[in-house]
Design a protein. Structure first.
Lengths: 213, 131
């Protein structure tokens, strides 16, 4: 076997590894704090693997490290997609330990939590620039979506040319407004859901399979 | 760069740095971020004639997080006009160099001193308080 043949085989192996369709895509779950990202990640993971990803809480910045659930295989309409779910800390431009004091926390614990939260946000931004292949952007549909963090984050995702789905979460709550979320980001598809109650998960899985498959 | 103060002495007032696009054009991304954060950490308000690119915004958030410390600096408040939905700033615009997203007025200040009162596609109203 000649040198050229060896070289061609070697290049072929590298390109196969780089562009392999079978390699699970890493889908980052992004959004502001308390949007329900971990609840969604746990719902997806439990539905398809039986395991959870991490603890859920109403206290902001409960998730302070990015957590990856590997090889989640979703089947929809005869199509199978295997993804790694990356549950990321909520993104913010400010973290004040004093906001945690309202949640029955002493100063020492609040300061520790805020320090970990800032590290988590920085980590989430790094993942977004370097290590995800697609994004599910989760919003609490009872809140105003026109915030600077949302505008910046979606702009950053678009600049990376990553496929993105907007998930309007918490539709089980009375003041949920899915249209307001859809109007805020008309350039992207918006999927309503309640990750907590498991409402509309069929459409969630159809869209994930279609967008990231 | 135009520098304006709301009072006669900086000790009494809030300093605002109005930075031209031409001034920022000559800086690297990290120099821009350093310029912004040094001012904001000093309690100043920074107004950029032209905004940051998405990548620079991403790094600004990341560097801001590393500098937050209890009872000293709790982060930044940043406001720009919303991006028009038609300009996604994706591959094509980067390829053609038509980075229209950067042409947006941006207001940045310390999180504990600046509060957005009202904002729409053409208007930003903020309340700035002294330290």
């Amino acid at each position: 076997m000649g040198l050229l043949t060896n070289l061609r085989d070697s290049i072929s192996r590298v390109t196969d590894r780089l562009f392999s369709e079978s390699e699970p895509k890493r889908i980052g779950i992004y959004g502001p704090p308390n949007a329900g990202k971990t609840t969604l990640a746990n719902r997806i993971a439990r539905d398809w693997t039986g395991d959870a990803v991490g603890p859920e809480s109403h206290v902001p910045h409960e998730t302070r490290r990015a957590r990856r659930k590997e090889d989640v295989t979703i089947e929809r309409n005869g199509k199978t997609v295997t993804i790694d779910i990356v549950d990321t800390p909520g993104v913010a431009t400010k973290v004040d330990y004093k906001e945690f004091l309202d949640h029955d926390m002493g100063k020492e614990d609040a300061v520790k939590r805020s320090r970990e939260a800032t590290e988590g946000v920085a980590e989430a931004m790094h993942w977004l620039r370097e290590d995800v292949d697609g994004v599910v952007y989760v919003l609490d549909s009872t809140n105003d979506p026109f915030t600077q963090v949302n505008t910046m984050l979606v702009g950053i995702i678009e600049s990376q040319d990553l496929p993105v789905l907007i998930f309007a979460n918490k539709t089980d709550l009375d003041d949920a407004d899915v249209k307001r979320v859809a109007d805020a980001f008309p350039q992207h598809e918006t999927v309503p859901l309640s990750a907590l109650e498991g409402d509309n998960m069929d459409e969630v899985y159809e869209k994930i399979a279609a967008y990231f498959g | 760069m135009v520098e304006a103060t709301t009072h006669d002495s900086e000790a009494d007032g809030v300093r605002m740095d109005l930075i031209s696009g031409a001034r920022m054009d000559g800086l690297t991304s990290m120099e821009k971020i350093r310029l912004i954060l040094d001012s904001v950490r000093n309690g100043d308000i920074v107004v950029l004639e032209q905004g940051l690119t998405p990548d620079e915004e991403s790094r600004l958030i990341e560097v801001t997080m590393t500098e937050i410390s209890p009872d000293d600096f709790s982060g930044i408040e940043i406001e720009t006009y919303p991006r028009p939905s038609s300009s996604s700033g994706g591959f094509i615009s980067r390829l053609t160099g038509s980075d229209s997203e950067a042409n947006k007025l941006t207001v940045i200040g310390p999180a504990n001193q600046i509060e957005t009162i009202e904002k729409d596609e053409e208007f930003i109203s903020t309340l700035v308080s002294r330290k």
